[in-house]
Design a protein around this ligand. Sequence first.
Ligand SMILES: [Ca+2]
Ligand SMILES: [Ca+2]
Length: 167
Amino acid sequence: MPEHKGALVHQSPAAPRGRSLVRFARAFLLAGALGIGASGLSVLPAADPSSVSAASCVRFSASNFDAYGNDHYNLNGEWVRIKNYCSTSKLIGYWKIHDYGRKHVFTFPSGFRVGAYASVTLYTGYGTNTAAKRYWRRSSAVWNNTPPEYAYLRNQYGTLMSRRTEY
Ligand SMILES: [Ca+2]
Ligand SMILES: [Ca+2]
């Protein structure tokens, strides 16, 4: 709707009085159009998944890409940690953590919550899942010990919420 753009910009403050009504009408129409547009956008997937959401409460807080010794034999020596930095618990069901190039993807189960100020550590190997510890149950290492390597945290819509590297 390029014809409505002028209503927002107010390029001519000295415009004749007769035009102000037209401007008002245009602004009103524009607001209506934006209202429709905004509700339409909310059901679409993230427009720009490569950008990091500045508003995310849940973000990476720590990691250890290079396990002690041979990583393939010390899988739980590899881990990444996320933390809820906000004062209310956050639902992160179907959020994902993946590596550079998306070779390995972990998905949090439906209904999974991170308590206020709580952390969750994701280990590469086997173990017993708890609220604070999740196990990827892989049989080989995930995180590269040399660059490029990043841990990515995405919400259920695929929007990047946090990214971390050690290099
Ligand atoms: Ca590693
Ligand atoms: Ca190592």
